[in-house]
Design a protein around this ligand. Structure first.
Ligand SMILES: [Zn+2]
Ligand SMILES: [Zn+2]
Length: 459
């Protein structure tokens, strides 16, 4: 069985893979609520001859892996399935059209991520069966990516033990073998307690928890000048008191700190906490806080990135119908033209009549491509050699967490982009099984990059 036969195998099973993505799209579940989504994949994989493993912990009730094969290499394909609040959208529409007003929807296309790993695992199994080679494939069901802690918790409970390498996918507006990016992050909650009092009659008896929040925020805001410029610090006040005539006894804020490297996040976190301590000290209030979560940046692996690029080149994108091209155009044109133009420049794609990226973002452009969100895939990349890929499942210029990305994720536009990704993942699996040197060199690179700086689970 040759590599291209596996691409053909995926074409043959496209309907089954698309149906899985469609089921998730039609039944969106938010982070921590993915009961039906995880059950569907368990059912499908079991039916296809995989063995299901669960982890037992309550925090991981919607996480699992499904395994097929024997011996090494053990390759993990990471599936996700959580949706986003408020992004309900009729799939395949060129206008904003919620299925349910204010309802959840797949604006990040995680329905396609789950389906891609499912397709990848199916074809990997097919190859192991046909070739008789040693090797194991694992589909990982990874919940709550949008909370940025699903895989962090999985790492905490050693869910990835036994894997030699991992492949991941995210739908995007371009074809990119991702070489760098995703900011490391910490998520912190601060709670202040003061003393309530009548704000007019006896303010001197009160100690305002809201004052503490405000002064702490002020401290952080002047600190911004003295952190690396690539860091991002954002907060909201989650409790600011009840009424102006009551000195607030309780007040609270919620912070995210992000930076390209985890070590910077850890240091800025320490300084943000100092600002909060200062706020409490200045106002004679009491501070309580928790680091509610955090994740790592993506640790690059040049060996696997090059392998991904080779497979982008070897596999072919699915052809698009006139209808799909027209939808892509309409979705792209619903955006401000400058936004689309900027994105065209980022990916080096200037064909003004094409609204679905074709070709592959060049190596140089990919190494500069801005990925300034965070993802819990970063943590997996610190555990083992790791590769993630983006494919053009959304039209040019369309960003994640929008009704446009939701619309594309719920129709053949997104599904075809996802199938291309599943073929690339399968091709990478084929190469790893047939050439043991890939794992050896990727693992050596991983060891070198983490030497003296091993993974330290943020949770
Ligand atoms: Zn997202
Ligand atoms: Zn996402």
């Amino acid at each position: 069985m040759k590599k291209q036969d596996l691409a053909g195998y995926l074409d043959l099973h496209a309907e089954e893979i698309f149906a899985a993505s469609r089921y998730l799209y039609d039944n969106p579940e938010l982070s921590k609520e993915e009961e039906n989504s995880s059950s569907m994949f368990k059912r499908l994989l079991k039916k296809n001859g995989f063995t299901i493993h669960e982890f037992g912990q309550d925090e991981l009730k919607y996480a699992f892996y499904a395994e097929y094969g024997n011996g090494h290499p053990v390759v993990a394909m990471l599936g996700e399935y959580d949706a986003l609040p408020g992004l309900s959208q009729e799939g395949g529409y060129s206008e904003m059209k919620p299925v349910e007003n204010g309802g959840a929807g797949h604006g990040c296309g995680h329905n396609l991520i789950g389906a891609c790993a499912f397709g990848g695992a199916l074809s990997a199994k097919k190859y192991l069966e046909e070739s008789g080679h040693s090797g194991t494939v694992r589909f990982y069901g990874c919940p709550q990516e949008e909370m940025l802690d699903g895989k962090v918790l999985m790492a905490k409970y050693h869910a990835f033990d036994g894997c030699d390498m991992a492949f991941a996918y995210h739908p995007w507006n371009a074809n990119i073998p991702v070489s760098q990016g995703f900011l490391a992050m910490n998520n912190m909650k601060f709670h202040f307690t003061g003393i309530t009092a009548h704000a007019g009659q006896a303010p001197e008896q009160g100690r305002s928890a809201l004052d503490a929040v405000e002064l702490s925020n002020m401290g952080v805001n002047v600190m911004r000048e003295h952190v690396i410029s690539s860091a991002r610090i954002h907060y909201v006040i989650t409790n600011g008191g009840e009424a102006p005539n009551i000195v607030p006894k309780e007040a609270a804020s919620w912070y995210y700190v992000r930076a390209p490297h985890r070590k910077d996040v850890v240091d800025i976190t320490r300084r943000v906490i100092n600002c909060q301590k200062g706020g409490a000290l200045m106002t004679d209030t009491f501070l309580d806080y928790e680091i509610a979560g955090g994740c790592y940046e993506l640790l690059p692996n040049d060996v696997l990135c090059a392998l991904a690029r080779k497979n982008f080149e070897e596999m072919e994108m699915c052809p698009y119908t006139e209808e799909e091209n027209a939808l892509a155009r309409a979705l792209s044109e619903s955006l401000p033209p400058e936004q689309v133009q900027t994105e065209r420049e980022h990916i080096g794609f200037y064909d003004a009549d094409s609204f679905i990226h074709s070709g592959i973002v060049a190596k140089e452009a990919a190494s500069r491509y801005p990925i300034t969100g965070s993802s819990d895939i970063g943590d997996v990349s610190w555990l083992m050699p790791f590769s993630t890929i983006f494919t053009a499942a959304w039209p040019v210029g369309v960003n994640a967490h929008t009704w446009q990305s939701a619309s594309a994720s719920g129709c053949t536009l997104g599904q075809k982009g996802m199938l291309y990704a599943a073929k690339i993942m399968t091709g990478m699996f084929y190469d790893v099984i047939n050439d043991s040197e890939i794992l050896e060199t990727a693992a050596a690179e991983h060891r070198k990059r983490t030497e003296g700086n091993p993974y330290d689970c943020p949770m």
